[in-house]
Design a protein around this ligand. Sequence first.
Ligand SMILES: [Fe+2]
Length: 233
Amino acid sequence: MDKLKLLTKMHYEENMKDSFYNSETAKSLDNNGYITKKDWESTFFISHRPNSNINDLTTLSQDLRKTMEEYIGQLIKLAERISVLMCENLGIEKSHIIEAFSGSNGPSVGTKVAMYPHCAHPELIRGLREHTDAGGIVLLLQDDQVLGLEFLKDVESTLHRVMAMKDGDRLSIATFYNPFGDATISPASELLLPSHVRFQDYLDHYTKTKFDDKGLRFLSLKNMANGNQDILK
Ligand SMILES: [Fe+2]
């Protein structure tokens, strides 16, 4: 990972830095006040699965391409391991996420390589504006020297942003393990609650359990949906 960070930083210095500081965004920073529709970042994207485009990115050194490929091989294994653990936690089939993400051609895996270059006026622009991510699992290899990534705490699908920083360049290598484009996405059917329950049955059950634990009520509804009516007696 250290080698990947080092090679990526070298690539930025040699191939991206000059054009970034010569960009319209960088040049307009002093005189336009706060910039709301642009980000202070220099990026490129690599597709890995189902098809890799890394050999089309000819400005990347051979060493960087090889190191990235090795890293991605490990990351896909990690994403699959995390998928299995999430399924175990949810009490559903271990392979559910991997299969759901596969579509017709395996998962979609890509990496956004981003440098957040040091910024003379961080109060005038964000490194990356506030947003939530789409997709499945995001694995982030980030700078341990220059800070800037911020999360809104305790919310689902976490809102986050990158602050522009004065004191150094911040590297971020974010790998997205996503469903393939033609995969149909939905909650796992085992987790839909209630599922296919007649409202009158639900109401009868509710009346009996109104003052009891709500979690247990929904658990018994789940059993009801799975055809185990005994739970209602
Ligand atoms: Fe993000």
